[in-house]
Design a protein around this ligand. Sequence first.
Ligand code: SAM
Length: 223
Amino acid sequence: MTRPLSPYLAPGFYDTALAQGRHREIVGGRWEETGRIQMEILQDAGLRSDHRLLDIGAGSLRLGCRAVPFLDPGHYWATDASRALMLRGRAVELAQPDRLPEDHLIEDSTFALPGVPPTMDYAIAFGVFTHLPFAVLQQALARMHPRLPHLRHLFVTVFLAEENEAAAPVRQADGVVTHPDRPPYHFRLSDVQAACTAGGWQALRDTRMLPRGQALLRLTRQL
Ligand SMILES: C[S@@+](CC[C@H](N)C(=O)[O-])C[C@H]1O[C@@H](n2cnc3c(N)ncnc32)[C@H](O)[C@@H]1O
């Protein structure tokens, strides 16, 4: 059987997992740790309660359940390939769901960001491009750039491989094995930086340790 390009593309994946109440597992578990570190990344970069945050590939709101209470009501927006997954997170994981209007949860699997206002100050795509081929990252970076004209920072996580090791499977710092041609994918830093430049972004690597050995990139718009 041919493997899907991403585990999330397997037929019935979301419906089955949600019917089984597994909305935390869908996004990889490690709920507290991974939500906390995303909030730290954003606050270290200056996120304030009056800023607007876009969570790209937000899943069941592992970040949202911390960001929504922190931000002013209505200042959190999210996209994901599954709106049902985000709605489940809103219903089950938020103490005050009314702080997050349902129409701020937008189904989007192409990174075109339909209906996302151009006023976002910060954006983050955590653990999203780790499951998608490099060409998707390239296209997403180029697509998102004109849609986010006022952005201070876009945070993206990827798995990286050294130049001379990237053609084969690589064991990451946290033990996860990544691949050049199937999920979880790894990329060369030079390729990622070239994709950022081509998409209109300047990328800086942040060396903090992330769950599963992901690498964090902080992107700012090129002047
Ligand atoms: C590992 S989870 C991370 C979720 C969230 N960022 C977090 O840290 O909790 C990956 C998420 O990417 C979403 N996803 C997968 N392919 C996508 C695509 N093409 N466009 C948007 N979201 C996608 C999945 O539905 C899933 O929620």
